[in-house]
Design a protein around this ligand. Structure first.
Ligand SMILES: NC(=O)c1ccc[n+]([C@@H]2O[C@H](COP(=O)([O-])OP(=O)(O)OC[C@H]3O[C@@H](n4cnc5c(N)ncnc54)[C@H](O)[C@@H]3O)[C@@H](O)[C@H]2O)c1
Length: 375
């Protein structure tokens, strides 16, 4: 077993999820050839670094990400920073010859995303984008059923990530509401997962046509100097055609009261369908059209050891797993690549870049009021 030393850059919301997963990894994925070590916690200020180091159980702390990416004792740079910082830190880490994990959305521009994917490949370094949601065993099982032909020919998908958490206009102007820092709003934050679900089930996109709204157009600035403009979307939806001929509807919102984590999809094929809702993430509904007419209907499949990734957790279906556990699965995918058991991470930078291409095509279709192709 080999120690794999991680530097985690950013100790906010996702810093917590990544840290829990790094800590619990060997408790679930055992035996393992790779043993993650929480080596350095990097935060923006001394106080934040101190707090995050203690809270998330890292050996060391730093406020100097440039120094850390050039530290030869670090094996993996794991980036959980605001979107506008991804590019600079990823490029520096790759230039230093370190494997990189980066949260989604991968970058701010397509040029940045392409440069990140290209440099990672050129250097032969493992690269992974944070599409942990698709690694959920129920979603992986849905894809397995698609591959096995259980649903027949895939005809359409309704894919969504809808929540209410930014409906409140008193929430201040954090980085997520500023285009210069986030790139986009609900589209990049939540839509990236809904797009990834749709592509995972239906294959590559052909064309998209979208619409979007911003409901809360200004918010209190963090420094108390009055109101600032919100220049990102609260809601984006789009219709899509896939290269396979399937069609889709993708919707994302962070301002839809009543919805907590309404993330998932309805997938329809010629022989059946699957409904998955993240709020009940350890089950899915399966309809098989060849059931006897007097017994037709959706059945609930409870996810457990027989399903992809489920074997790592508990021996009995129905014991449940949670959000941070999907990050355990993301690290399992990363280590499978590091250990040479697969050629590339299932959700590598190329996937992050592809998702950005769809997001940009959606934004262009809204600006031009036209269908846009994805190349
Ligand atoms: N995969 C998922 O499910 C998921 C969920 C939420 C967020 N994300 C992504 O994760 C990333 C981070 O989001 P978040 O919710 O954790 O944001 P956050 O604002 O909670 O955390 C970002 C952290 O980065 C720190 N930071 C800022 N500048 C820094 C610097 N120079 N050096 C070190 N640290 C610095 C901040 O102090 C903050 O603690 C975003 O790209 C977001 O889109 C992914």
């Amino acid at each position: 077993m080999k120690d794999v030393r991680f530097a985690l850059i950013g100790g906010g919301f996702m810093g917590k999820a990544h840290s829990i997963a790094l800590a619990s990894y060997p408790m679930y994925v055992w035996p393992t050839d790779s043993y993650p070590v929480r080596e350095v916690m990097v935060e923006a200020t001394d106080d934040l670094a101190d707090e995050a180091q203690k809270r998330f159980g890292f050996n060391r702390k730093s406020t100097d990400w440039q120094g850390v990416v050039n530290d030869p004792s670090i094996d993996v740079i794991d980036i959980v920073l605001p979107n506008a910082m991804h590019y600079e830190v990823v490029m520096a880490a790759l230039a230093a010859g370190t494997h990189v994990i980066c949260e989604k959305p991968l970058a701010m521009t397509l040029q940045q995303g392409a440069a990140m994917a290209e440099l990672a490949n050129k250097k032969g370094l493992i690269n992974q984008t944070g599409f942990n949601w698709r690694l959920t065993p129920a979603i992986q099982q849905a894809r397995k059923l698609v591959d096995e032909g259980v649903l027949g020919e895939i005809r359409s998908i309704r894919s969504h990530w809808i929540g209410e958490f930014f409906a409140d206009p008193t929430i201040p102007l954090v980085w997520r509401f500023e285009k210069a820092l986030a790139g986009s709003g609900a589209l990049g934050d939540l839509g990236s997962h809904a797009i990834d679900f749709a592509r995972f089930m239906c294959g590559d996109f052909d064309q998209v046509s979208g619409m979007q709204s911003t409901y809360v157009t200004e918010r209190d600035k963090l420094d108390g100097s009055g109101k600032g403009v919100v220049d990102v979307d609260d809601m984006t939806s789009f219709i899509a055609k896939f290269k396979s001929g399937a069609t889709g509807y993708v919707e994302c919102s962070w301002a839809s009261p009543g919805r907590k984590t309404f993330a998932g999809f309805e997938l329809y094929g010629s022989q059946g369908s699957i409904i998955f809702d993240w709020e009940r993430m350890t089950e899915f509904q399966l309809y098989e059209a060849d059931a006897a007419g007097d017994r037709q209907g959706y059945k609930t499949v409870h996810v457990g050891p027989p399903h992809p990734g489920g074997q790592h957790f508990w021996p009995i279906a129905g014991y449940q797993i949670g959000y941070a556990d999907t990050k355990v699965l993301q690290f399992a995918d990363f280590f499978a690549t590091l250990e040479g058991r697969q050629e590339k991470a299932q959700t590598d930078f190329a996937d992050g870049l592809y998702c950005m291409k769809v997001e940009h095509a959606v934004a262009n279709s809204i600006a031009s009021r036209s269908w846009q192709s994805i190349h």
